[in-house]
Design a protein around this ligand. Sequence first.
Ligand code: ADP
Ligand code: MG
Ligand code: MG
Length: 346
Amino acid sequence: SKETLIVLYGGRSAEREVSVMSATNVVAAIDYDKFNVKTYFIRQNGDFIQGPRFNSQPSPEMKLLDEDSSADHEKIQPSAIYEEGAVVFPVLHGPMGEDGSIQGFLEIMKLAYVGPGILSAAATMDKILSKEIFSSLGIPQVPYVAIYPGQDFVKAEEEVNAKLNYPVFVKPANMGSSVGITKVDEAGELRSALDLASKYDDRIVVEEGVVNPHEVECAALGNSEVKITLPGEVANSNPSAFYDYDEKYNNNALTIDVPAKIAPELVEEIRHYAELAYKGVAGRGLSRCDFFVDAENNIYLNEINAIPGFTAFSMYPMLWENMGLSTTDLLTELVELAKEAFENRE
Ligand code: ADP
Ligand code: MG
Ligand code: MG
């Protein structure tokens, strides 16, 4: 008999539109010989809406619910998603999805779920906490300044100017898809970037910028035993812009090279740091580990995305395709890992 996969998507964060694209791709790629799929859309206001169910491959024109099309639907209780023995894939990016909150809800509901547990999701969502973990593991990163809630921005600016070289990147600690991030070329522009970041989070990180970095990413898959792919690279055809939200999703200015066009001697070092970092943040199920490589071939870990984009043009599934694992088989393996982790907890 077939198992039930529950796809939870949408969500409250600025990344909810990416989530809809990721969930659509997951529903299209799942193995319907093994699974039936139930979908639930989480609206921006947090309401859970029951979406379509699929017992066989949907047509390519299939559209999942989104913010507009779910507007006149009745909300359900979040607990109504429960089905005994089902596995949930929270295809949710950013705060309130990738940060431990949904994971905590699923733990309480006693449901198996794909991807990181509470600790790993929360630790990787916070750019300050994750940097502190990476530095304790000796993983190379760019120099940074952490700004905590209530900290005076005048003092913060002094610290940045004393410790870091421009350009710097100002980032809200808890975000993704480049929302709230500014590249700052000179000290005079720092304050407005801090003000913008502070709209999204009261924890802010300011980092030294890597000049024209190669953006190199590895995919991790596993629980206690983890497999790391060969790295791929995101190349921006507009070198003056950074890899921001519009570049990522709207402008088609990005090309993905798999495998990455980097010096071969860097590859194993990057994979080694990816594995170390994944274990350090209690990684489970999957993650994408994102690095910068500069012109002198220095490697810097940028971040771990615990629930990476899963769209048809996303790096994570492409990296596995390159290793010979189709998205369909990748999803089956993720469900197996979810069940294994669940059995270990029970
Ligand atoms: P997000 O979690 O939103 O993806 P990132 O930290 O990955 O945030 O930053 C988004 C993008 O900004 C990166 O992909 C890169 O293009 C650029 N960027 C961020 N930090 C730096 C840095 N220190 N040096 C150079 N480019 C950076
Ligand atoms: Mg991120
Ligand atoms: Mg990123």
